[in-house]
Ligand binder design. Structure first.
Ligand SMILES: O=C(O)CCC(=O)C(=O)O
Length: 301
């Protein structure tokens, strides 16, 4: 009986309550919001400019060193993936040749990194105070970081599928994804697209007509239907050199990874409110001793 009530509440929360801004802030996330309010980070001018863009458009784009101060960590991240690619070359090639598996246009590494050392570059990028300061200020609470991955997107063989079509991410009312291009991305390499102002606090927060993709429950929308509610001049095509960082509230309308001629390699991580149903996809190696800020971001007591 109690279990049935708990399950029913979780279902209602997941389908409706968590997308209500009042409920999200004052019931689901009161404590992390209060903790943020009494301990607000001091942002420098660069962080403040990125935050302003994120608030206004739902997306901010900048070179890695603008926020991280230098490119050493970027080089480390890139070297990490180059080594991975060398060690898994056969597997990646086999996946490329056999496209009938689920999301087969994409090679991801997350499944292989379920236990992470805090010195792993996948984590070092997101356990950065400057980045966390922007994300927490955007969400107005002490956020949690829930996954990191690197995606290698192959050249498409058919029409756009899954996240290559417009959608809103379901994991939270507001969330911030961090994308870092590890290869140069032009129009033919599947850039990330974002409809500016379509995030839940944005000027263009409206829903287009949706359709359900065959065999899946997710809502998707076509270019034509998105254009009916948000003019193309407000669509941002995030082309950029390797080392380009994109912060986006992916509750806003977005799509990407439809590579027509060139592969794309992209780091990808997600920050949500502590109340999100999306649980961490990794644990921290027991030998590691995260500091207080890292423990907070990782949701470790
Ligand atoms: O691959 C892309 O550019 C889109 C990614 C995406 O839709 C997502 O992470 O939610």
């Amino acid at each position: 009986m109690i279990k049935a009530i708990v399950n029913r509440y979780s279902e209602v929360k997941r389908k409706r309550l968590m997308y209500d801004p009042f409920y999200w802030r004052y019931i689901l996330n009161l404590l992390p919001s209060l903790k943020f309010s009494i301990n607000k980070p001091n942002l420098d001018d660069k962080q403040a400019a990125i935050l302003a863009k994120l608030n206004e458009d739902g997306i901010a784009i900048f070179p890695f060193d603008e926020l991280f101060g230098e490119n050493t960590l970027y080089e480390e991240l890139k070297a990490f993936y180059t080594l991975y690619q060398n060690e898994h070359a056969n597997e990646i090639e086999a996946q490329k040749r056999n496209r009938d598996s689920n999301k087969s246009y994409l090679h991801t590494i997350r499944e292989k990194y379920k236990v992470l050392d805090i010195d792993n570059p996948l984590l070092k990028v997101v356990l950065n105070n400057k980045l966390a300061g922007i994300v927490d200020s955007y969400l107005g609470l002490q956020s949690h970081f829930r996954y990191c991955d690197i995606w290698q997107t192959f050249v498409a063989e058919g029409a756009p599928v899954r996240s290559q079509n417009w959608h809103r991410d379901p994991e939270d009312l507001r969330l911030v994804k961090v994308f870092i291009y590890l290869s140069d991305v032009d129009e033919t390499a599947g850039p990330f697209f974002y409809a500016k102002g379509s995030h839940t606090k944005g000027r263009n927060f409206k829903d287009p007509a949706w359709y359900k993709e065959e065999g899946r429950n997710a809502n998707r929308s076509s270019d034509e239907d998105v254009e009916k509610i948000i003019a193309k001049k407000d669509w941002l095509t995030a082309t950029g050199k390797e080392g380009t960082v994109i912060l986006a509230d992916t509750r806003g309308l977005h799509k990407g990874g439809f590579a027509t001629h060139k592969e794309r390699i992209m780091y990808n991580a997600m920050f949500v409110s502590p109340s999100s149903y999306f649980k961490p996809t990794f644990t921290i190696d027991a030998k590691c001793r995260p500091n207080e800020l890292q423990r907070r971001a990782l949701g470790i007591k």
